[in-house]
Design a protein around this ligand. Structure first.
Ligand SMILES: Nc1ncnc2c1ncn2[C@@H]1O[C@H](COP(=O)(O)OP(=O)(O)O)[C@@H](O)[C@H]1O
Ligand SMILES: [Mg+2]
Length: 380
């Protein structure tokens, strides 16, 4: 990099939510100047960055103008205008992850084709453009239908259980895939810098809240056998190398009941499944992402302790100005770390914060996490 980044570097982040907020906490340590673009004038990063611009992430002009005087751009959300990023890249702005990778990952259909072309194990799938195609699908019911674009947190994912469900299926370009009766959802976060150094965080296990369709409970390190963990981590490294990504890549996978690992989807950024690294590992995912995009030596990803991460979701039945219940009570517990995201308004299942629970004893970490879940509430 031509510029001395210790103090001079102007880093733009597309998206100013909680991921951007936690990235800023680390960027401060490197004297980096952070510029944020987000459509919400109340975004969690608004008061914490060197420059906050309120504007659309999907508008070409807005993204281009935001980025043209910056040294480097990264993202905290994939739904951004990639044409603008491509132009910025051509003009010499460093864009990490690279625009071609964001373009690929924005489309779950292209992601699946990429898996197939690179011999990355994934469930069987078929691409369709309207719901008429479902009547003669190559897959047998039940299967999962996913919108190719713009889905997140389970929105844009539907299970087709019967012929009757075809009526309410998505009528847009989508992907249908075999329903995987998995044993566990697992994830590995991998980082790659421009030198080609690659490092994975230890595999984590995720517990989903089926109602909210969100990870609500995450446990690290995993207690699955070395062989499974090693296979998951090698797969993540292979994908990072196949993509030649610079930055962080979260790889969501299914561990099937017969011990097979299937890749579900990728996120080329910091991820909800890595929040526990802030307290639980020697280097956090946020610090690692900065090391990767600045082409610095990657940090030590080992776990320091058992960590359980729970998402703090807006309580059902409450919508409005957020009020927090039970914070003092949980802070009195050992090894409990609270992260509030600074969102003014709560609504059911909105991600309002997370809590990391650390303990040398894994079972205690889990039972303390359950207590935290019962005590801590976001209401209005
Ligand atoms: N093929 C599948 N079989 C079974 N469950 C699935 C399958 N695909 C997705 N899911 C479930 O739906 C969740 C959301 O799907 P995902 O593709 O990760 O979309 P999103 O972009 O919303 O995270 C997954 O975390 C998993 O729990
Ligand atoms: Mg997912």
């Amino acid at each position: 990099m031509g510029k001395d980044f210790y103090g001079d570097l102007q880093l733009g982040v597309l998206g100013g939510g909680q991921l951007g907020r936690m990235l800023i906490q680390e960027a401060i340590n490197y004297n980096v100047n952070v510029h944020i673009l987000d459509p919400d004038k109340n975004a969690p990063c608004r008061k914490l960055c060197n420059r906050f611009e309120c504007g659309s992430l999907s508008d070409f002009e807005t993204v281009y103008n935001f980025g043209k005087d910056l040294d480097m751009i990264t993202i905290e959300i994939e739904k951004v205008n990639v044409d603008a990023l491509e132009k910025l890249e051509e003009e010499g702005v460093l864009v990490y992850p690279q625009s071609r990778i964001i373009r690929l990952i924005q489309d779950k259909g292209l992601q699946k084709q990429f898996f197939k072309q690179n011999d990355i194990p994934t469930s069987l799938f078929q691409l369709i453009s309207t719901k008429e195609h479902l009547t003669n699908a190559n897959l047998s019911i039940p299967y999962i239908q996913k919108l190719r674009k713009d889905g997140y947190d389970g929105k844009g994912v539907k299970k087709i259980n019967s012929l009757a469900d075809l009526e309410t299926a998505f009528d847009e370009p989508s992907l249908i895939e075999e329903w995987v009766d998995f044993e566990k959802e697992i994830a590995v976060i991998v980082a790659r810098n421009d030198n080609g150094d690659v490092a994975t965080f230890p595999m984590v296990e995720m517990e989903f809240n089926p109602e909210a369709n969100l990870v609500e409970f995450l446990i690290a390190p995993s207690t699955y056998g070395f062989d499974i963990q090693q296979r998951a981590e090698e797969l993540a490294k292979k994908i990072a190398n196949d993509l030649q990504i610079v930055g962080l890549l979260a790889v969501e996978m299914f561990l099937t009941k017969d011990g097979e690992i299937l890749v579900n989807e990728l996120a080329p950024r910091t991820h909800n499944s890595g929040h526990q690294t802030i307290e639980g590992n020697y280097v956090s995912q946020f610090a690692q992402h900065l090391r990767a995009i600045f082409n610095l030596p990657l940090g030590d990803t080992r776990c320091r302790s058992n960590a359980v991460m729970i998402n703090l979701l807006g309580e059902e039945g409450y919508e409005g100005l957020a009020k927090y219940e039970g914070v003092e009570e949980i802070l009195a517990m050992e090894g409990v770390y609270v992260h509030l995201y600074g969102k003014k308004f709560t609504k059911p299942f909105r991600k309002m914060g997370h809590v990391c629970i650390i303990n040398d004893d894994r079972e205690l970490a889990i039972s303390n996490a359950r207590k935290v879940q019962e005590i801590l509430k976001v209401k209005a």
